[in-house]
Design a protein around this ligand. Sequence first.
Ligand SMILES: [Ca+2]
Length: 186
Amino acid sequence: MCRIAVLLTVLLALAPGQNLLVNGDFEQDLSVGWTVDSGGYGFRTLDRQLDLQPDPDYEVRCSLYSGSGYVRLSQRVEVWHPYLALSFWAKFSIGGGSSTCWPVAYVGIGYFGEEDSLLGETRIYYHNSYCTWTPTSTFSLIEVTNPDWTEYSIDVAEELRTHLPGIDPGDIRAVRVSLADTTAGG
Ligand SMILES: [Ca+2]
C-alpha cells in the first residue's frame, strides 16, 4: 500500500516582492491559474480547504492513496532570466511502500527552453528508503527531512549554478512550479 499527501499553504512566490504565479495563495478556485493532471490509479484528492493549517486562509491538498501513478498541480510561468526566488510553506507525509511501489511527495521547479523543451528540474522531495531517484547534471534533488509545516526558499540562480551544471541559465524561457504525489517514480 502506498499513501502520500502533500499540503501546501498560501505562499508560492517567484521573484521577491512580486508574485509571478496566478492564484499562488489558493484563495480562488484551483481552476484559476493551475493545471491538474494525473496518471495511473488510486484514490486521489486535489482540493483546497481552510483548515489544513490553522491560519484563516485556504491551503491546497494533493494526495494519492492506495494507488500507483501520480497526481500533480502545476503552473507554468514565462520568464526571461533565472534570477528568481521560489518560496512556499508545505507539509509532507507518506506511508507504506515497497521496493516496487514507493511513495514520494514533492514540490518541483521545471526549467523549460525554446519550443517547450524540458531542460531539467529541481524537486524538493519527501521519500522513504525505497526511492531510487538520483541526481544528475539536469535533475536536482533537495531532501525534506522535517515533515511538519516548514517554509522553503529556493534561490533559482544559485540552484542552477550549484546543482544543475547541465542547464545553461540563458536558455530558460519558462519555469513550471508543481506540487505532486507519485508512486514508483510515475
Ligand atoms: Ca488555513
